[in-house]
Design a protein around this ligand. Structure first.
Ligand code: PYC
Length: 413
């Protein structure tokens, strides 16, 4: 058996079941080069091919598909944002997510759970009331509820939080959901590839050539690719790509850590978030608790996770759910979050012709995957910002027109 396995591993010609075709080497030119084969880059490729008929596309990935923040987040989908721009944008994302499994012909385990953001103070309740009113104005199912409704949906919660931070109410968002993150990336990759998109893993962009203010080529670890359109869809490396085209970066990079517990019998149906306690948790179909906390306090370009993170997260979790004492944490990791000054993304056209940006996703990028794909594809195909991303342009920082989305962050900062 061991010899057979070894022979199979060493055989360069074995018939490997392929999820999608990967050409051996990139071609000399493409209509569009997308840098980053996470959910955003792949979704952009898919909608470019599917909706706009643009299929000569190369997607470059320095690591592996979905190995960046797509595979490192806690899979929460919601649209209960604070600014009208954010609410409309994420609402479209939720709509797209709801039928995405059928569209991509892949079970994404999309599971609508209801999403509670807990309030432990009058001040937080006030922000939530504000958020609920903005949400309702735009037709989003979002309301302020009392502690008894939190308890009804989650009977194992300790409403007093160990007597330390009693729960005074919550923002409840019924459409809040979780979805298999890697399946989203792989589903987009497979459908894009079936339409002719070429995806190159282990292929890093090392430079972007700009002539007379326009992009003309991308240099990669596997050669030069001529193109008139480049999409930057990377998290953690956006400042590096901006530097390649000579643009300033409004982004700081901070690690966001997460972990999962050993599997347990189902006990937690909704998604529970407490920005004040720095904790959010959901339970997967496999029974694991997926948990996260605040971002790390300083800029750091690293995906390592720390003991400090699990100990402080466990402290907060035990305030909310004391019966979890003794449950084991089995994996932990970090992603790199691109933070903008106003906690809203930076998207669309830039002052460099043919260079398009999909960045600044901070701690909420995964939930935007489908809408980013749809709006970026439109923007690239028409060289005009899609109306849903018009407010997210980089020039807002020069005009000091911040969007102020911090109040809707589920994560402490
Ligand atoms: O914005 O919903 C969110 C979120 C949850 C975990 C990280 N971000």
């Amino acid at each position: 058996m061991a010899i057979r396995l070894l022979k199979y591993a060493l055989d360069r010609h074995h018939a490997e079941p392929r999820f999608f075709n990967t050409p051996q080497t990139p071609g000399e030119s493409y209509d569009v080069v997308i840098i980053g084969a996470g959910g955003h880059g792949l979704a952009c490729a898919y909608y470019l091919a599917q909706v706009h008929g643009i299929r000569r596309i190369a997607v470059l990935e320095k690591g592996y598909i979905g190995g960046g923040n797509t595979g490192r987040n806690t899979t929460i989908v919601r649209s209960n944002y604070l600014t009208p721009e954010g609410v409309k944008f994420y609402q479209r994302s939720v709509e797209l997510f709801q039928t995405l499994g059928e569209e991509l012909d892949l079970n994404l385990f999309y599971s609508t759970r209801g999403h509670f953001t807990l309030a432990h103070s009058e001040a937080t309740l006030r922000t939530m009331r504000w958020r609920a009113e903005v949400n309702k104005h735009y037709g989003i199912d979002s309301e302020l509820v009392g502690p008894e409704e939190v308890l009804r949906a989650c009977p194992r919660i300790d409403l007093s939080c160990g007597g330390n931070h009693p729960i005074m109410g919550a923002l409840f968002h019924a459409p809040g959901a979780i979805v298999r993150h890697d399946a989203v990336a792989w589903g987009y990759a497979r459908r894009a590839s079936q339409m002719g998109v070429e995806i190159f893993q282990q292929t890093a962009a090392t430079g972007i050539e700009v002539e007379h203010g326009r992009v003309v080529a991308v240099q990669t670890t596997r050669g030069r690719i001529a193109t008139g359109k480049v999409v930057s869809a990377v998290a953690g490396s956006t400042p590096t790509l901006l530097k390649m085209v000579g643009l300033p970066s409004p982004i700081d990079i901070v690690p966001l850590q997460a972990c999962v517990s050993e599997p347990m019998k189902p006990w937690l149906d909704p998604i529970i978030v407490s920005g004040s306690l720095h904790v959010y948790v959901s339970q997967t179909a496999r029974g694991e608790l997926v948990m996260g906390a605040a971002v790390d306090p300083a800029e750091l370009h690293s995906t390592r996770s720390s003991l400090d993170f699990v100990t402080s997260l466990s402290d907060q979790m035990l305030d909310l759910f004391p019966f979890l004492a003794g449950v084991k944490i089995v994996r932990q990791w970090a992603g790199m979050a691109d933070m903008t000054p106003d906690f809203a993304p930076v998207m669309g056209k830039t002052s460099v012709g043919g260079f398009y940006l999909d960045a600044g996703w901070g701690t909420w990028g995964f939930k935007a995957t489908p809408v980013c794909g749809e709006t970026m594809a439109f923007t690239v195909a028409h060289d005009t910002n899609h109306r849903l991303i018009d407010a997210f342009g980089m020039s807002r920082f020069e005009r000091l027109q911040m969007l102020g989305e911090k109040g809707a962050a589920a994560v402490g900062h």
